[in-house]
Design a protein around this ligand. Structure first.
Ligand code: SME
Length: 137
């Protein structure tokens, strides 16, 4: 419904709001799937720029969520073997799939410099954020 520029701006504002409001949300980004290419593409973020703007399905925490359709909470990134490191300061991560009309079209990805900070409350909250975001897509 919206042109891509304004959607990107709105997504960036959501990332910035989350990153500045919640102390342990150090990097917040939205990746969206290209189903034909089986890749995820970073569309908006807040925090340090990352090299990982394109992630193949199946690779890393993000790529696994693209195929599992399930929340992925990582209390300790060092304990994961299928993990793409963005920064040595990251200790933990949470990825929540974003559904539009029942389809997994992308995800919100949050990195934290804190060990094991993510609770069920974060999962429920971020599921709600994604539901709200799906309405502007
Ligand atoms: N750590 C992610 C890659 C994206 S960066 O965190 C921004 C992963 O393993 O998929």
């Amino acid at each position: 419904a919206n042109n891509s520029e304004s959607t990107e701006q709105r997504l960036t504002e959501v990332c910035e709001l989350l990153q500045t409001s919640i102390g342990y949300y150090d990097w917040v980004g939205f990746y969206f799937a290209n189903a034909a290419q089986e890749t995820l593409h970073l569309k908006a973020f807040a925090g340090e720029p990352t090299d990982h703007t394109v992630i193949p399905f199946g690779k890393g925490i993000c790529g696994q969520v693209a195929v599992s359709n399930k929340n992925f909470v990582v209390p300790d990134v060092k304990a994961q073997d299928n993990y793409i490191a963005c920064s040595i300061t990251v200790k933990s991560e949470i990825v929540i799939p974003l559904f539009k009309d029942g389809k997994n079209i992308g995800q919100i990805d949050i990195d934290s410099h804190v060990a094991d900070p993510f609770s069920l409350e974060d999962e429920r909250f971020l599921e709600w954020v994604n539901e709200e975001v799906a309405k502007i897509l």
